[in-house]
Design a protein around this ligand. Structure first.
Ligand code: NAD
Length: 294
């Protein structure tokens, strides 16, 4: 299948590579030309704009930072809707606000373009392996049409409901991940200050009820002092901002989320926004003047 792919960052590049490996023809676009060069050498073809990519493909995938970027790429000048023929399918795999997905979908429908939101969880390693967890919202018939393509990039793809339901599910995921990293950081600071080797704590508790995918992925990074992203603090701030706004809009207070949001804001203000979100541990390290290291 001929697929347009827009947004070739940490996640977009490996996703494109997996689509290429599966035999699809890829027409790619990113505002950063060097990002395009990296996948063009793997067999993708470069487009001159989002409009150009959409004009050349019946299926367009976007993997962009946040709602304003998706709005501009889809609805803006030289955007997807300027190029797409009626019947084109747009799969937005970015993590954005559910209300933005609904607004963009309405604009797409006016041009006969059918859109689903399909954000992902799993981060760069799972994007590379093609084992992302994909959570989708929108017309089930459209989801079924693109299911095989989604499964080229993911280990699972679940249709969660109407347009925006994918991003609502993703917000729930991001709240759990952020709070889990904060809980792990707080607990490991406690045991480090009390003089117990963090690797012993990890070994002892990872198989019990406190164990989690987050603990397994992030504790080795924290104890190595390796905060290379991965998933950046600044992107998680974006997700928690969308979660708080959505929660307030639907009458769901998020007291713990707002606390972790302030920890991340503090790290951002300290110039650590480009660190991996495991750097929440550094917030606790600043509080105590103690590093969680081996
Ligand atoms: P990134 O910042 O690495 O990549 C975004 C890409 O979009 C960049 O290459 C940028 O140049 C491009 N871009 C921005 N504006 C554009 C425009 N107007 N036209 C064309 N290209 C444009 O981000 P990422 O880590 O790849 O994340 C992408 C999305 O996936 C985000 O919504 C993020 O929250 C989500 N996500 C990321 C991870 C992760 O671990 N990195 C995991 C799950 C979900």
């Amino acid at each position: 299948m001929k697929i347009g792919f827009i947004g070739l960052g940490i996640m977009g590049k490996p996703m494109v590579r997996n689509l290429l490996k599966a035999g699809h023809e890829l027409i790619v676009y990113d505002v950063v030309e060097s990002n395009m060069d990296e996948v063009v050498k793997d067999g993708a073809k470069a487009a001159s704009s989002s409009k150009d990519a959409a004009a050349r493909c019946g299926l367009v995938i976007t993997m962009l930072p946040n709602s304003p970027h998706v709005k501009s790429v889809v609805l803006g000048a030289e955007g997807v809707l300027e190029g797409a023929a009626p019947g084109t399918i747009l799969v937005d795999m970015s993590s954005i606000a559910p209300l933005a997905s609904q607004e963009i979908c309405r604009e797409c429908a006016k041009k006969g373009v059918r859109m689903i939101d399909a954000p992902v969880s799993g981060g760069e390693p799972k994007a590379v392996d093609g084992t992302l967890s994909i959570m989708a919202g929108g017309d089930k018939e459209v989801f079924d049409q693109v299911y095989d393509v989604l499964m080229t990039m993911g280990a699972s793809a679940v249709h969660c409901g109407d347009i925006g339901a994918g991003n609502t599910t993703k917000l729930a995921n991001q709240v759990i991940v952020a709070l889990n990293i904060a809980a792990v950081s707080e607990a490991f600071m406690l045991s480090t200050r009390a003089g117990v080797d963090p690797l012993k704590v990890f070994e002892a508790i990872k198989g019990g009820l406190a164990g989690s995918t987050v603990m397994n992925a992030k504790v080795p990074m924290i104890t190595d002092g390796n905060f290379k992203p991965g998933f950046k603090i600044d992107l998680h701030i974006k997700d928690l901002g969308n979660a708080l706004e959505t929660g307030h809009g639907v009458g769901a207070p998020l007291p713990l989320t707002s606390q972790v949001m302030e920890m991340m804001q503090n790290l951002h203000a300290d110039g650590l926004g480009e660190n991996d979100h495991s750097a929440i541990a550094r917030y606790y390290e600043k509080l105590t003047g103690t590093e969680i290291r081996v």
